[in-house]
Write a protein that binds this ligand. Structure first.
Ligand code: 5CA
Length: 438
């Protein structure tokens, strides 16, 4: 991508109303723009990263055997009246009337709608287990929308729903989602820690939140110190296996959100760390909570009608963009992990307009594209200093800095954004570094 052609409205000033660094950096780099309280437009840079996160999540869900569907944002109130949640959900639910005076709502979550789809089509245990997921915008009229995309009113969620014939198999489905969450956060370059959690308005008895440790996180959490450094290999995971043992590896440690923490837990001879974190995923096992009132039953092998056992599994996709930045930045800006970076390389032409610099940069850019490398080329006519500061701000992993001095010495600077290390490479060494063979 040529920066001169890319719509990236970078702000010079630090926005006044942004309280946390990820919000500041998302505004400064022109990733998002507030439309109204807790509601954002995604500008090109933000959209690219959001799509990368969506992609990783979608792939892992499919890997784990889930089927992708797409349910609407607007739902009929009728199904929520059947489940009993229409009144319970309170002021967070945005209620709408259509021209015929019918009650609609902008979905805050989809247990009811997916159960309706299920009960229409699934009648036999032979069609189970089933997991349906979608990636769709949600609306919750949060009391305190804040921190940009972290606590929005409109936000993008991946929500999956599992259906099983009995309790034991529904726990297996829960475990598959548990492990797929560990995988997908890792694939985003993040370390998420699973913690026992409260179920709130979704309901059920078994629930885990996946937390990225960060000072600015909204959740207070209590974690055994050993878990903070623990990483199971998670290689060669087969989602058809019984994953209870894998799940136990994590749940054998103590980790709880504030709601689940009991001060007596401190006395159990555990070394507990009290810290804060960002909830990027939340999974629930609630059995027959929705299937009973909504008549979602299937016949078992003996022809007996059983209300299906369910779980639901959410990932905060738009929140994750903020969470990744919260976990990966320094004083100069964002430091994208390679997994979700908008591009891997940033060519910086320190003297656009200089014939030799232009030629070397644009040839290199063409060559890199021909070799399928993901590259942003700053071909604008800004001052060198401004370009370098912008490159640090937007934080691509490698900067290839080309200016008159380098051209004269035939040495090009390659800066590793994370470590700050700069290597001086000849053109051939540069091609070697980029794995380009001529
Ligand atoms: N139905 C269940 C799981 S599918 C559910 O709605 N779970 S949830 O309420 O915990 O939301 C799932 C995830 O969405 C959360 O873990 C969080 O990452 C994200 N999320 C929730 N509320 C917001 C919000 N206001 N802004 C941004 N992300 C949010």
């Amino acid at each position: 991508m040529l920066l001169s052609k890319f719509f990236m409205p970078v702000l010079k000033e630090v926005p006044k109303d942004a309280e946390i660094i990820s919000h500041v950096l998302m505004l400064r780099t022109g990733m998002i723009q507030q439309s109204s309280s807790g509601i954002y437009s995604w500008l090109p840079l933000g959209k690219i990263v959001l799509e990368k996160i969506i992609d990783i999540c979608r792939k892992e869900m499919k890997e784990a055997g889930a089927n992708e569907i797409l349910m609407p944002t607007l739902q009929s109130a009728d199904i929520w009246k059947q489940s009993g949640r229409y009144e319970d959900y309170g002021k967070e639910m945005l209620r709408i009337k259509d021209r015929n005076d019918r009650d609609l709502l902008y979905g805050p979550t989809n247990e009811e709608l997916v159960t309706e789809i299920f009960r229409t089509h699934v009648k036999s245990y032979k069609q189970l287990p089933l997991n349906l997921f979608h990636i769709q915008w949600k609306f919750r009229d949060e009391l305190r929308p804040r921190f940009g995309v972290m606590r929005g009113r409109e936000f993008l969620m991946k929500d999956a729903y599992s259906f099983d014939i009995d309790y034991a198999s529904s726990i297996k489905s829960y475990n598959v989602m548990f492990i797929s969450y560990m995988q997908l956060f890792k694939k985003m370059g993040l370390k998420a820690i699973p913690m026992k959690a409260d179920t709130g308005p979704i309901g059920g008895e078994l629930s885990h939140e996946f937390i990225i440790i960060a000072e600015t996180g909204e959740s207070e959490v209590y974690v055994e110190d050993n878990l903070l450094n623990f990483q199971s290999s998670l290689e060669n995971i087969n989602y058809n296996d019984d994953l209870q043992k894998e799940v136990d590896k994590y749940t054998s440690f103590y980790a709880a959100t504030e709601e689940k923490y009991d001060p007596n837990d401190h006395k159990k001879n555990l070394n507990l760390v009290q810290t804060r974190g960002i909830e990027v995923g939340h999974i629930f096992h609630f059995g027959q909570k929705y299937s009973i009132p909504m008549n979602a039953s299937v016949n078992d092998s003996e022809g007996k009608s059983i209300s299906t056992y369910m779980g639901s599994y959410g990932v905060g996709l738009s929140r994750l963009v903020g969470a990744v930045i919260e976990a990966n930045h320094d004083n100069d800006g964002i430091v994208w992990p390679k997994e979700v970076t908008p591009w891997s390389y940033n060519i910086i032409n320190l003297k656009s307009g200089d014939h030799t610099c232009d030629e070397i940069c644009s040839n290199l850019y063409t060559l890199m594209k021909e070799n399928s490398l993901s590259v942003l080329y700053d071909d604008t006519s800004e001052r060198a200093g401004a370009k370098l500061a912008k490159a640090d701000l937007i934080g691509l992993p490698y900067q290839i800095i080309i200016g008159p001095k380098g051209v004269k010495d035939k040495l090009f600077d390659v800066k590793n954004r994370k470590s700050g290390d700069v290597s001086k490479l000849s053109y051939n060494e540069l091609l070697n570094f980029l794995n380009i063979k001529l």
